[in-house]
Structures are given as structure tokens and as C-alpha cells.
Design a protein around this ligand. Structure first.
Ligand SMILES: *Cc1c(COP(=O)(O)O)cnc(C)c1O
Ligand SMILES: [Zn+2]
Length: 390
């Protein structure tokens, strides 16, 4: 069953109905009754990953899967972990939602899918659509998509439309053209079925270490923070957990419509038409899921934080030196953590999980330049290395 998050209208689940027929609000998939016999021990009889939790996901006969989810939870401090979503099949958490939404689309006979994207949704959709035998169309903000993501999109055979303007404009295109009459199925995060898959990130964290005190993550279109909070709400509702974590949402200085408003105690975001940040995955001025994000931050008694591009780059380099290669948007979790540590919201005793949303290979241009030492022959190379280790 689907429920409108704005007016509460309830309707039967239909993959093509993606907004409330009464008020146009966002829809959320609701599980009415506790699925029979679910427990951690049942889940653990299955392979780690999205479909381990299938009773809490839409029922699908044959999932379109690439083995998504089941990503490493890497301990980087006494009570601090990084959930490394870069280990997903296409290198970002987007795969969690895509396996569910593409599976549903396939079951309903969809042949063509479309999305607007800052890059990772496009890469993920293109891969899963190819696996399902569908054609994919992606609308991208020209010149603002990281190189690795473009390469993946091309490799998986998507048809690319580049538009002058930010992500938000690309999304307007999709909203206008997608629908049953054109047969183009939209796979942006206003699609409630992607949120269903993405909520498994919360299940996996609890499956491994129980409920942490804090979860820190970047906010772009705010799909992920909505999904994670929904995951926790459902776990509590079905008796799988008792306590809840607090959420910390991080945005970049030049693209902080939610974080800025939340910090100022406003009820609505401060949209911008000209978002700017090197963290292209969160370069979004008008987040679609803003209402769900506000709800998640408020209900969890969480916080919002704003970080500069320099802080993001510094955090990315620090994670790199711990062996964790993440793209800039993902490093904003760690940048936010370092900033929040200085205040009094998080304590030493808190168990903290940071979500590293995407892999460093996505955006090779954001890595430091290679400072190489030149050698003309074997002897010179050997001598220079000897000098360096002495
Ligand atoms: C999509 C994405 C985000 C933002 O997630 P939202 O659900 O849009 O808030 C952050 N980091 C990376 C790497 C992403 O791909
Ligand atoms: Zn409604």
C-alpha cells in the first residue's frame, strides 16, 4: 500500500503511480502488518545484502540483482565506523534502490527507463536497466558530472541528454516527459520503490553492530536520509529494535537548502537555483525529498551541518590515508563529523556510523595530483627509492 506523506491519502501500490492523485505529494510505501516470522536469525540464514530483508521489501518474483548491499562496515575508531557504500556493484548506495525499483518496473512490463542524475543514479540505472534488458535515458547537468560516472553510463549503454543548468532542471525534464503515455518509467528518488531498497542500509548497520547513537550522512536530494529513517521506523514498529539513532545530515556550503534552513529553525528549505560545490553528487538546489528529510532530522532529534569545499577535500584526503577511497560528496560525512565533534552534540561515548556514499574512482579528478619522482633507467629508479627509505 502507498500513503501520501502530505495528505495521508492511501492507495493500492502501482509502479506507475509516483505522486498523490489527490494533492501531488510524495508517496511512501507502507507495510500494514508485521510480516510473519521475521527475525534477525531468519535474515542471517541468507546472504548479506539487500534481499536478505525481502519480507520488508516489495514482493518480487525474480529480482534484477547484481549482488548489491552487504557493504563493509569499517571501524576507524573505538566507537566509529564507516559504512563503505562504494563497495556496491556500481560504486554507490544507489544500487540498493535500483535493484528494487528496476525489478518492479520489469515485472510491470516497462521497456524504457529515465532519470535525471548528478551521475551515480545514471550509472546505477544504466547497469540495472541493461541487466533487465531495458533501454535507459539519462538527463545530466552538462559539465557537472564526474568522469567515472559518465564512463559507467556510457559503458552500460544509456542514452545521454546533457542539459545546460543544474540537476534540478534535469529533473524538471524527467517529471514532464515520464509517464504511462510515453512509457518512460522514472527512476529518480521521488520513486518510492528506490527508497524501499535504500532503507536496507539501516538494517545492515543494525544487523552488524546494533543501533548506533548517530548516523552521519550527506544530503543531496534527501532520498537517502528519508530511506534510512524509514528503515529505523520500520525496525522499531516490527520489534526488531527498541531504541533509535539520531541523524546528522551534512550539506556543502554552496548547496545547503536543507541544512541552512534546519539550523535556523525554519520549517521549509531555503532553495537555491544556482547550487555550487565540488561535491557534484550533492550539488542540488531544490531537493525533492526535503519534507521527508526535515521529518527525519526532527523526529530523530538530529542535527544538520554545513561544510565548505575545502573541508570536504581535507576529509577526503584523511579518509584516503586510512585506506578508504570515497568521492567528495561522501567525504562530507566525515567533514561534518570533524566539525560536529568540536561542538557539544556528539560525545566520546557515542557510537557513530558515517555513510560513505560513493567510491573515489567515481571522481578521479578530485584526487590529489600524482607527485612522481622521475627516473630515466632502472639504476636511477633503484637509487632514488633507496634515498627515500633511508
Ligand atoms: C546520491 C548521492 C548522494 C546524495 O543522496 P540523496 O539521496 O540524494 O540525498 C550523496 N553521495 C553520493 C555519492 C550520491 O551518489
Ligand atoms: Zn496527498
Amino acid at each position: 500500500m502507498l500513503r501520501c506523506i502530505q495528505c495521508g491519502h492511501e492507495l493500492k501500490a502501482d509502479p506507475w503511480v509516483l505522486s498523490c492523485p489527490k494533492c501531488g505529494g510524495l508517496l511512501s510505501s507502507e507495510i500494514k502488518e508485521k510480516p510473519l516470522a521475521i527475525s534477525w536469525s531468519l535474515f542471517r540464514t541468507r546472504r548479506f545484502g539487500v534481499w536478505r530483508y525481502k519480507e520488508l521489501l516489495p514482493r518480487i518474483k525474480e529480482p534484477v540483482t547484481l549482488g548489491e548491499g552487504g557493504t563493509p562496515l569499517v571501524k576507524i575508531g573505538k566507537k566509529i565506523w564507516v559504512k563503505f557504500e562504494g563497495a556496491n556493484p556500481t560504486g554507490s548506495f544507489k544500487d540498493r534502490g535500483m535493484t528494487v525499483a528496476v525489478s518492479l518496473a520489469k515485472e510491470s512490463g516497462v521497456k524504457n527507463v529515465i532519470c535525471a542524475s548528478t551521475g551515480n543514479t545514471a550509472a546505477s540505472m544504466a547497469a540495472y536497466a541493461s541487466r533487465a534488458g531495458m533501454r535507459s535515458f539519462v538527463v545530466l547537468p552538462k559539465g557537472k558530472v564526474a568522469r567515472g560516472k559518465l564512463a559507467q553510463t556510457a559503458l552500460h549503454g544509456a542514452i545521454v541528454i546533457e542539459i545546460e543548468g543544474p540537476f534540478d532542471l534535469a529533473l524538471d525534464v524527467v517529471r514532464e516527459i515520464a509517464g504511462p503515455d510515453t512509457g518512460l518509467y522514472p527512476l529518480n528518488s521521488l520513486n518510492p520503490w528506490r527508497i524501499e531498497g535504500q532503507k536496507t542500509l539501516a538494517y545492515e548497520v543494525v544487523d552488524e553492530i546494533g543501533v548506533p547513537d548517530w548516523i552521519i550522512l550527506p544530503i543531496g536530494n534527501a532520498g537517502n536520509i528519508s530511506a534510512i529513517w524509514k528503515g529505523f521506523l520500520e525496525m522499531r514498529k516490527f520489534g526488531l529494535i527498541r531504541r533509535m539513532p539520531k541523524l546528522a545530515g551534512v550539506q556543502a556550503e554552496g548547496a545547503a537548502p536543507i541544512a541552512r534552513a534546519f539550523k535556523e529553525g525554519r520549517k521549509e528549505p531555503l532553495f537555491t537555483d544556482n547550487p555550487k560545490t565540488i561535491a557534484t553528487a550533492i550539488r542540488i538546489g531544490r531537493p525533492v525529498n526535503w519534507a521527508k528529510a526535515f521529518k527525519a532530522l526532527r523526529e530523530s532529534q538530529g542535527v544538520a551541518e554545513i561544510v565548505s569545499d575545502q573541508e570536504i577535500i581535507d576529509a577526503q584526503r584523511k579518509l584516503g590515508r586510512m585506506g578508504l577511497g570515497v568521492e567528495p560528496a561522501s567525504a562530507s560525512s566525515y567533514a561534518g563529523y570533524l566539525k560536529l565533534l568540536k561542538g557539544d552534540v556528539m560525545g566520546e561515548e557515542d557510537r557513530i556510523v558515517m555513510i560513505a556514499t560513493g567510491h573515489a574512482l567515481k571522481d578521479p579528478d578530485s584526487s590529489p595530483p600524482v607527485e612522481s619522482i622521475r627516473a630515466l633507467n632502472k639504476e636511477e629508479a633503484i637509487n632514488k627509492i633507496k634515498e627515500l627509505i633511508s
